[in-house]
Design a protein around this ligand. Structure first.
Ligand code: ATP
Ligand code: TZP
Ligand code: MG
Ligand code: MG
Length: 269
């Protein structure tokens, strides 16, 4: 049995623990993210006020920071929440949405990574490359066509940022710079529904809330997510993205450890 089959069982641990996941995220994906985490079996909360973020972060099983629609007040709140989470030993998961698209996003993403001890960063190849000062085309929040080696990029990013890095796209890579895994699940319809990357970052947060080895948590989260998308597409592909979005939430709630073990395509590199 592959190592990762054991890790797939973390899905059950998430559902038993129903971890509180504190988010400071973007205005596009808030509702979809909350519904996705409920479908998984976690407990989402969005809290942004400077007056409460530190308190909420300390109560949570994980903190998710997402700069998708950032502004100065929100970034300040992210730093306060991140510092409180670090003090309390709560894992912080970061989604550098649009890093590289504008200098404000790039600089803020780098500043957050400097100031806060991140358990994991999850983004597309362009966002991760731009975070570490490597060029990669990005259009708004979507990764442009890059020709680089994504596995090598993820390893460089993990070393430079000192955290677990998950780069997603047609294939996903998870690495801490030493152990590296490829996950080949998912479906192109995920690119036709906004917020599927952001929700995935939050799902990694929910898994990290129950498993301190963040490589294991992230691999299990990504395999679960990709297998759910495949089941949803099998049902809803003929109708399109709207039906897929609903079928995907259903699949996130329905699938179990056995589905992930059977259909997961995970390979150690
Ligand atoms: P982008 O803005 O570049 O789309 P994102 O933040 O939305 O980035 P994705 O890379 O799209 O994040 O990842 C979200 C999910 O979609 C992941 O599970 C990933 O494996 C899956 N995914 C993305 N593209 C494809 C594809 N072409 N085929 C299969 N799955 C995909
Ligand atoms: N604009 C700012 S944030 C956002 C958009 C469209 C959502 C991005 O979500 P994802 O998960 O990266 O596709
Ligand atoms: Mg996407
Ligand atoms: Mg994204």
């Amino acid at each position: 049995m592959d190592n990762w089959h054991k890790w797939a069982e973390l899905l059950e641990r998430v559902r038993e623990a129903n971890p509180l996941v504190h988010h400071i995220t973007n205005v596009v994906v808030t509702n979809f993210t909350a519904n996705g985490l409920l479908a998984l079996g976690a407990s989402p909360v969005m809290a942004y006020a400077k007056e409460e973020v530190a308190e909420m972060a300390k109560l949570a099983g994980a903190l998710v920071l997402n700069i998708g629609t950032l502004n100065a007040t929100e970034v300040e709140a992210m730093l306060m929440a991140g510092r409180a989470a670090n003090e309390a030993g709560v894992p912080v998961i970061f989604d550098p949405v649009g890093a590289g698209a504008t200098s404000y996003r790039t600089e803020t993403a780098r500043y957050i990574a400097e100031q806060i001890k991140l358990a994991a960063v999850r983004g597309n190849a362009a966002e991760i490359a731009n975070m570490i000062g490597e060029p990669w085309m990005i259009k708004g929040v979507d990764a442009g066509q890059g020709s680089g080696d994504v596995v090598a990029l993820a390893k460089r990013a993990a070393a430079k940022l000192g955290t677990v890095v998950a780069i997603t796209g047609k294939e996903d890579v998870v690495t801490d710079g030493q152990a590296t895994y490829l996950i080949r699940n998912g479906h192109p319809l995920l690119t036709k529904v906004t917020g599927t990357g952001c929700l995935l970052t939050s799902v990694v947060g929910a898994f990290a809330a129950v498993e301190p080895d963040v490589v294991k948590a992230a691999v299990a989260a990504l395999a679960y997510y990709g297998v759910a998308a495949e089941q949803a597409a099998a049902e809803a592909e003929k109708h399109g993205p709207g039906s897929f979005q609903a079928a995907f939430l259903d699949a996130l709630a329905r699938i179990g450890v056995d589905d992930v073990k059977r259909d997961g395509r995970v390979e150690q590199r």
